[in-house]
Design a protein around this ligand. Structure first.
Ligand code: ADP
Length: 429
């Protein structure tokens, strides 16, 4: 119904009723009685209005705890409309609070940092990632100027110059950060930070790998090209020199081939397109083949033995053969003539283990943690002399990672080295 009618019709009816009663009294008992009754009724109406006004004022003082009265006359409608408004407001507030909680949770899970500042760079809010990236603490730093909190000259210049179209790369707290300020609303700005440390590290590894691989390939190529130039410039070289050159060129060709094969193996091991193909492995058969290969490589220069009483396992026979062969061929290549090499496959309390023990040149402790890096060599010339590519232990590391196994290296310079591959107990992947 029309609200005006809801208000005025009952009020007019009540007033007419009072006037009509007072008129009747005047008619029957005279003017004094009629006026008195009329005034008393009006006073009663005023008292009722004041009572409900008071109730409304009390409710407005504390709308959450005080209860709205039912009311009388037009007050019934006013109170019920107020009640409906309040219910809607409560619902909106609950929704807003829930939404804010969800927003905060989403922001706290973001890997990127978000800082909200006012137009003069006073910190208003930031998420946990921003606290980590920039060393902020929202509770402690709220209301402080961001340039006083992030005391980095590049950042301060960025803010002063206000060239916000481009992000800024920052080295901060041993991290590589990409920071970007985006103005929003009229008097606020948002600072977004992205931690690029890991991607930068991967990019650096990629660059190093390409530089190392190019360098490794360039050396044999230079040698081969050199001999080819000699051969074309001096067609009548004596047969002995020619044979010596051909031998050296063949060696360099093999070196390049080994390098390319090792690089391809590493790429395959790292690629998700080549998942591990697991099958049962007869360890005795595999280890005996590796023993024969080691003997062939050593050509009788070492005493090589195998002790195998460990269990058969599941894994990729090709990958494990490649990892174990790398360890064994290293032992042969880094053990001087007359030394001994022991291969063992045993079951221990923590799981099966493959160990290669040699009495070779050994490795100084400062090199041990870096040995599985690509192209890392203790002695570059010795590695090349023995046809090493510098990728063998990197391949071992990747194969073992795929088999949930670990590599332990124990070495004494001048006395020898033990490489131990430890497999987890129970079923392999
Ligand atoms: P490389 O092809 O040069 O042998 P690896 O990755 O197989 O490359 O080995 C890395 C380095 O670790 C080698 O250059 C060598 O210095 C050292 N190394 C590996 N195995 C042995 C070992 N059994 N004894 C001494 N040094 C070793």
């Amino acid at each position: 119904m029309n609200p005006k009618l809801v208000f005025w019709v009952p009020a007019a009816l009540r007033m007419s009723f009072v006037l009509f009663g007072a008129g009747l009294a005047w008619f029957f008992w005279g003017a004094a009685v009629g006026l008195t009754i009329g005034l008393l009724c009006m006073a009663a109406l005023v008292v009722v209005q004041l009572h409900y006004l008071y109730q409304l004022s009390a409710w407005l003082d504390n709308p959450d705890s005080a209860k709205l009265p039912d009311g009388w006359g037009a007050w019934t409608d006013i109170f019920s409309r107020l009640y409906r408004l309040k219910r809607g407001d409560d619902r909106n507030r609950t929704e807003l609070t829930e939404w804010l909680a969800r927003f905060r949770q989403a922001m706290s899970l973001l890997p990127d940092g978000v800082v909200i500042m006012d137009d003069v760079l006073f910190l208003e809010w930031c998420n946990p990632a921003a606290e980590r990236h920039l060393g902020l603490n929202l509770e402690r730093d709220k209301g402080m100027r961001v340039t006083n909190l992030i005391r980095n000259p590049a950042f301060i210049d960025y803010v002063i110059l206000g060239r916000y179209e481009q992000p800024l790369t920052l080295a901060l707290r041993e991290r590589k950060l990409i920071a970007h300020i985006i103005p929003f609303e009229t008097r606020r700005q948002i600072l977004v930070t992205h931690d690029a440390t890991e991607s930068e590290r991967i990019e650096m590894m990629r660059r190093d790998f390409i530089a190392n691989a190019s360098h490794e390939l360039r050396t044999p190529l230079t040698v081969i090209n050199g001999f080819l130039e000699i051969a074309s410039a001096q067609p009548n070289l004596d047969p002995d020199t020619r044979a010596a050159h051909l031998k050296l060129m063949t060696e360099q060709g093999h070196r390049m081939q080994n390098l390319v094969e090792d690089m391809l193996s590493l790429t395959r091991l790292e690629s998700e397109d080549f998942p591990l193909r697991v099958e049962p492995i007869e360890m005795n058969v595999l280890l005996n083949q590796i023993l024969q290969e080691a003997k062939a490589l050593s050509a009788g220069r070492h005493d090589i033995s195998l002790k195998s009483d460990g269990p058969d396992i599941h894994g990729s026979p090709e990958e494990l053969r490649s990892a174990f062969s790398n360890l064994v061929s290293n032992a042969v290549r880094y053990t001087p003539e007359g030394g001994s090499i022991e291969l063992s496959w045993t079951q221990t309390k923590s799981g099966p283990q493959f160990a290669v023990r040699d009495t070779g040149i050994g490795i100084r402790p400062e090199h041990i943690s870096r040995l599985t890096e690509r192209f890392y060599r203790v002695d570059k010339s010795r590695s090349r002399e023995t046809q090493g590519t510098g990728l063998g232990l990197a391949i071992v590391k990747h194969v073992l990672l795929r088999h949930h196994a670990t590599l332990a290296i124990d070495s004494k310079p001048g006395q020898g080295t033990v490489f131990t591959v430890k497999f987890p107990d129970g079923a392999l992947p």
